[in-house]
Design a protein around this ligand. Sequence first.
Ligand SMILES: [Fe+2]
Length: 399
Amino acid sequence: MGVRFNFKMAASIPLKLCSPPVYMYSRISLFRACPGRWFSGTGAVQGATPRLVQVEEPPPYTPARLAGRPYLSGSQSAGFPEFLGRARPGFPAMFQPGDTAGGIEEWSAVVKGVIDRELTRSGALLFRGLPVRTDQDFGRLCQGLGYDMMVYKGGAVDRSELTDMVYTAADEPLEMTIDLHTEMSYLPHWPRKLMFCCIKPPGEKYGGETPITDMRSVLRDMDPALLDRLRTRGIRYIRNIADRSRDVWCWQRTFRTEDREEVEKFLAERDFSFQWNSDDSVTYWYVMPATREHPATGETLWFNQATSHHCSYFYQHPNFGGAGRAKFRYPFHTCYGDGEEFRPEEVSHMQQVQWRHAVGFHWRAGDVLVVDNMVTGHGRMGCTPGVSGRKVVVSLTSN
Ligand SMILES: [Fe+2]
């Protein structure tokens, strides 16, 4: 017969959740003694209610080197930040279970309460210690939140669906550091929330962090003259996607269809210009704003992928090798809306401001990171292929 959880057990298990560390012996003293807030769910299991406690101290982190880092676009430029920043109190805001009660569905209700209250203000929430171990667990947690889940379609990176609406975070080569960006901000519709889950941590010495950056601070730090040009002229995005016969990263996977007419419908509905090429690749281009207003707060935010979609991303990419192609022949490229190329120093400036406000933390198995996709950008630190067993998955919501 298995051990059943009860209040007597909760009262006898020492919990180490507060900063400075304090051992707690009952749920009542946990509530009173922790400086952080706590949140409880509506579900009840065996007489107990799952609770989350906010942890004041940010997760410990040994900062990764940025300047000069291989496979990181812009890292060779003068003035590039030397190291990724440490997580700071509230960014990401971290929560842990205050007790061990509850199945995944019960935890969904508590997590949703925290997201609804805290996410837009904080920008990023890290839930540590939830009973999430597999892709399926994470899928159940996400479904239980009750948001509208979003299909990843028309996006720029290759991404595999593992289980219902749970995707690999990115299928890019592991050694590549993915530039900071807001998800699908190059499209007219984008996810409002991203939910990442670490199924297998990469190992602290192997890299593989998911850095997050504060887009409020990024906008404040952006060169005003550059910002003015971007806001006046917009950003032109150019995509060039191969046919399946030439590359696994192909339009059939991007648009999740074999049907050219369906691709054309997707592009026409968004007012994108496009052409099919003689090698069966498709090229399309359009202009989007550099900033957007947050629908809940009305604040203006840096919301684009001017740098992460610039062709120079591929100069550091292990599958491409240098700057040998015409700019528009890379899978994606950006320039001003009127077609004028960004100057190299403009690209460097945008990259450096984004990285200057970025922080990292070491993934642990079962961690769930939720970001407001407009307030907080994200990326991925490269990690050591063949050694790191990193597995991070993601789900997207449209509300
Ligand atoms: Fe992303």
